[in-house]
Design a protein around this ligand. Sequence first.
Ligand SMILES: O=C(O)CCC(=O)C(=O)O
Ligand SMILES: [Fe+2]
Length: 360
Amino acid sequence: MAPPILPHTAPIPSPPPSSVKELTNSTSLGSVPPQYAIRNPETTMDIEPIIEEEIPTVDFSLLTEGTPEQRSQVVRHLGKACEDWGFFMVVNHGIPERLREAMLISMKEFFDQTEEEKGEYTGKHVMDPIRYGTSFNLTVDDVRYWRDYLKVFVHPILYSPAKPPSFREISKEYAASTRAMGMELLRGIWESLGLEENDMTKALDLHSCYQVLVGNIYPPCPQPELAIGLPAHSDHGLLTILLQNGVNGLQVKRRGSWVRVEPLPNSFLVNTGDQMEVVSNGRYKSVLHRAEVNSQSTRMSIATVVAPSLDTIVEPASQLVGDEHPMMFRGMRYGEYLECQQATRLKAKSALDPVRLHAE
Ligand SMILES: O=C(O)CCC(=O)C(=O)O
Ligand SMILES: [Fe+2]
């Protein structure tokens, strides 16, 4: 039998590169490809203004080694930072510079592998414990974000990509130190709400807390005003602890304006997440933030999220609910919350909508 005659069709366009790193490595790009053009060239100005404001700083050493008076003062300051900003810088944290550097280098070595090597970890499911990808979630994103990522679950079970070989040991140490810092900050924050520490560990099952390490890479972009690294979003956990490679790009929403974050040398950036908003019954809201890109340098950040155990039903602390403070959220298993948040388009604080009992 003669082979069927195929209708003449236009050549199939080649698929877009699988990562921003590949896109920027392989061609000398003069412009942002249309899939990434999140903003209209006619309206590149954001509606919300960008303002300069000083970000609160928390001296971690006073929380752990200060006198009782110093500790109480830091706890109050921490509470105020959570209430007013949802964002602060942590200094004097005791995590060595060499560990921060080693973590950044190891993460960069992961991204520097070939697409084929990294492709082994291309996620099939949003709850895969090691997931490499680009944008946020290609199956739902309406535009692509100028960002590649690696997400690795590091607690209660430590996962690690096989390469670079240093990744496992470095991320183990980095995860343990940032987790310890996160727990201490959580104790302080809990105290600032007038709650008992024991209640927190029990209510959130923090011994088996979920911790994920998220490496973000934002290669230089030929038209940074048209693309975005990550759009405005809140994080899903209790606290996010962020480290960056010395290239700024994070912006935090504060009272209707954006504030560009310029961290102090050797500090960590910390922000409140959605579970903090839920347990505090809306007292400490998760903060909106986004990442801009630039045309000059590759930006890298490593966010580590400290969160309740995946099996915890997270709900407002009963002590914070009363006649004057109606229950603002219904309880939801954190694992379910996380899965929904990761599978849905990143859009401001929409991940909280399914648990919200009252409109904002
Ligand atoms: O790169 C940054 O500064 C922000 C990263 C971030 O928001 C995230 O990973 O959730
Ligand atoms: Fe984030």
